[in-house]
Every structure is written in C-alpha cells, then in structure tokens.
Design a protein around this ligand. Structure first.
Ligand SMILES: Nc1ncnc2c1ncn2[C@@H]1O[C@H](COP(=O)(O)OP(=O)(O)OP(=O)(O)O)[C@@H](O)[C@H]1O
Ligand SMILES: [Mg+2]
Length: 272
C-alpha cells in the first residue's frame, strides 16, 4: 500500500472501520465497566440427585450462572423447586452429584470437610430461616459467637458485636436473650451474626420466613443497605416474589432448573 495522505495512514491502521471505533469505545469505557464485574460465584452444569428408596429426585437439574461482587441476587421458586439445595451447595454444606462451584476463585467440590469449614469461616456468612440463636446467650453473645472461632479476644469480640447490633437497630436489646425478643428482633440478631465477621459473601435462606410483611420489608431494607455499604455479595432464596424484588437480579428456579435471570429495574420502587 502506498501512503499518500494521513487518511491512508488512518485506514492502514483500520481507523475508518466500524470495528475500530467499536474497539476504541470498548477499550475506553465498556471494558472498564466489565472489569469492575468481578465474578465471585460461578456455577457450571450443577446437578444434585437424591436417592429415596428406588426413586431419584433431581433437586438440581443442570444449573449454570455467575454472580458478581457487590451484587444482591435473589433466587425465587415454589416449595420443593431446589432453592435450599442450591444454597447449601454454594455454601459447601452439601456436595453436588455433578458439576462445578467456584467461590472467590476456589473450587468447592474438591475440598475436604475441614477445608470447607475453614473456607466458610473466612468467606461466608449464612442467615437461616429459623434464627438458630443460642437460647442461653443474650444478643451480644450470640452475635459475638462466630468471632470466637477466629481466635479473637473477648473484649474485641464484644466491641465488634456491639457495633453491628447498633447497625441493625438493636441498641436497646443487647442484653436480651432470644426468648425475650420478638421474631423480627431475633431475625436481626441472626443478620448481625452473619455480618459481624464481615464476610465477602452472605447466603440467606428465606431470611424473613417467620416474619410479618412489614418486619420482612424492614429486614430486607436493612440487609440491602448493609451489604451495599460494605460491598458484599448477597444471595437470598425465597418463595416470595415481593421480597425477591428487592434484589439487583432475580433468578427463577423451577424443578431444579434456572429458567430465567432478569435485571431488576424496579428495585428502587420496592423500597418505597
Ligand atoms: N435429603 C434429601 N433427600 C431426598 N430428597 C431431598 C432431600 N433434600 C431435598 N430433597 C428434595 O429435593 C427437592 C428440592 O428440595 P429443596 O429443599 O431444595 O426445596 P426448596 O425450594 O428449598 O423448598 P422450600 O421452599 O419448601 O424450602 C424436593 O423435591 C425435596 O423433596
Ligand atoms: Mg428451602
């Protein structure tokens, strides 16, 4: 090619092509957006098959998805659709029959029980439907409990628990034992206990399952605010479409399969 003008030089480098401009836009803007999306949960071709007598239940029947850092995702489906099975597997509480789960860059399916315990302690918080609080301990002691496993001294544990209880609005209930608190207050202790270790990822299984709709909404708003402030990733399973609507993305599960994943454009409205 004979270069006769600056336009020839431009075209020699492909500057005139649609592709070039697209590439430039991508390099300057879109790629940096993409790069900010760090995958924290990757699920590939996941199956869980339970054997009951002679029959088999396909609780998870080929599941694939990726969840990114800082996202709040809800997984919504009817009773028996496989939500808890999926969440338990993500948290390493159960082994898959087949497939891959990569959390924070590490394969869960190859880990031994001891490695899983350590991994959960370092990366994962779990909020259960039934609050799972220790009945003989008061709110601060319950919240401080997971810190014991990190070998933290008592004074620091209590201080940390104190701060998180303020965060969830239980300033006045720190000395109350579970039986001396309402369901919503107990649930907030459960949320505080999951948050106190500042985990990268929080899994919540029907976290407001035992609460009335107003208290549920309060707990949802609280969880959403806190995980946003701390740039944590929250995965919540629920059968309730309204509660699912608080998330950034909504995954729908039917008979062990994810049938749709949608960006939730209405989430700000659900706060009102
Ligand atoms: N340990 C098990 N042994 C055999 N079958 C099981 C076991 N655990 C779950 N299942 C079956 O797997 C399917 C999915 O159960 P899972 O608990 O994941 O449902 P779910 O979506 O969490 O339901 P729910 O909303 O009622 O909590 C169901 O058909 C259930 O009966
Ligand atoms: Mg369940």
């Amino acid at each position: 090619m004979v270069i006769e003008s600056k336009y020839d030089i431009l075209s020699a480098y492909g500057f005139h092509t649609h592709f070039f401009w697209k590439r430039l836009r991508y390099d300057m803007g879109e790629r940096s957006m993409e790069e900010k999306r760090i995958p924290v949960i990757q699920v590939k071709d996941l199956y869980k098959i339970y054997r009951v007598g002679d029959s088999r239940v396909r609780a998870l029947n080929g599941v694939d998805f990726t969840i990114y850092k800082g996202e709040f995702c809800s997984i919504v489906g009817t009773s028996g659709s496989g939500k808890s099975t999926l969440l338990n597997m993500l948290a390493g509480l159960e082994k898959p029959t087949k497939g891959e789960i990569v959390i924070a860059g590490e394969h869960m399916e190859n880990k031994s029980e001891n490695q899983l315990v350590r991994f959960r302690r370092e990366h994962i918080g779990f909020i259960f439907q039934s609050f799972n609080l220790m009945p003989t301990m008061n709110a601060v002691e319950n919240v401080a409990l997971p810190l014991t496993f990190q070998g933290m001294d008592k004074k620091t544990r209590m201080q940390k628990a104190d701060v998180v209880l303020d965060l969830v609005g239980l300033r006045k209930h720190k000395k109350h034992r579970p039986t001396q608190m309402s369901g919503g207050q107990q649930q907030r202790v459960g949320v505080a206990r999951a948050l106190v270790v500042n985990p990268e990822i929080i899994f919540a299984d029907e976290p407001t399952g035992n609460l009335d709709s107003n208290t549920s909404k309060e707990v949802m708003e609280l969880m959403r605010r806190v995980v946003r402030e701390q740039n944590q990733t929250l995965v919540m399973v629920t059968h309730d479409n309204y509660l699912a609507g608080f998330a950034d993305r909504i995954f729908r599960i039917i008979d062990g399969k994810i049938v749709s994943i949608e960006e939730n454009t209405k989430k700000e409205e659900s706060l009102k």
